[in-house]
Design a protein around this ligand. Structure first.
Ligand code: 5GP
Length: 188
């Protein structure tokens, strides 16, 4: 997605440890026009895939997921990082956070993720795939079918994309970063 790639090169910033900061337009301050185009792109790529629900994880996955859901007219459910006392039929799994370097128990209600669902999983970044594998585990526990994944940015030099594709999953990433070495953003 050219618009997104240009914006990453113009406004993205590198941090040590292979972290790309895009908080001026994606995950702190957000650009709704860009996010709307991101939603359209996911909707276009998955329009014939028979998806009936979009699943994401809070917080930064919610904006692209809701944009895609609005265009596809599909419900969006987000995995929560804190377990609400009132959640019924709770499914849980553990996810390691790449940016915060800690483990979270995350949850989703089995009322909103069921064996009848064919889901598209959307998130802002794909790095090592920990968040993606956490959502996959929840989908497996619910008996849901995973149709594919959509990421705004995939860091191809970390191995989440390889692991998911090797397992046969469809992975659509709107921008792929080949390297952040020497604090230079190199797109694939
Ligand atoms: P993974 O679980 O694939 O290792 O990492 C993906 C999650 O970590 C995403 O949900 C995202 O929030 C966060 N993340 C991973 N890499 C980056 C990065 O380079 N920059 C930012 N801002 N977040 C990242």
């Amino acid at each position: 997605m050219e618009l997104l790639k240009r914006r990453i090169l113009e406004c993205g910033r590198c941090f040590d440890g292979g972290i790309l900061k895009v908080d001026s337009f994606i995950n702190h301050q957000m650009d709704p026009d860009l996010m709307s185009n991101i939603g359209k792109e996911f909707a276009e790529r998955y329009k014939d895939a028979g998806v009936n629900k979009i699943v994401t994880i809070e917080a930064s996955g919610i904006a692209p997921a809701i944009m895609a859901g609005a265009i596809m007219h599909l419900p969006v459910v987000f995995v929560k990082k804190k377990q609400p006392k009132t959640m019924e039929n709770m499914l849980t799994t553990t996810v390691h956070s790449f940016t915060k370097d800690r483990d979270y128990t995350v949850c989703i209600s089995g009322d909103y993720l069921t064996a009848d669902d064919r889901i598209l999983i959307i998130d802002d970044f794909l790095a090592y795939g920990n968040a993606a594998f956490g959502i996959l585990d929840l989908a497996n526990k619910a008996g849901a079918t995973v149709v594919g994944f959509g990421f705004i940015i995939e860091k191809s030099f970390q191995n989440g994309g390889t692991k998911l594709r090797d397992l046969g999953y469809r992975v659509e990433s709107l921008a792929e970063i080949a390297s952040l070495d020497n604090c230079t953003i190199v797109l694939k």
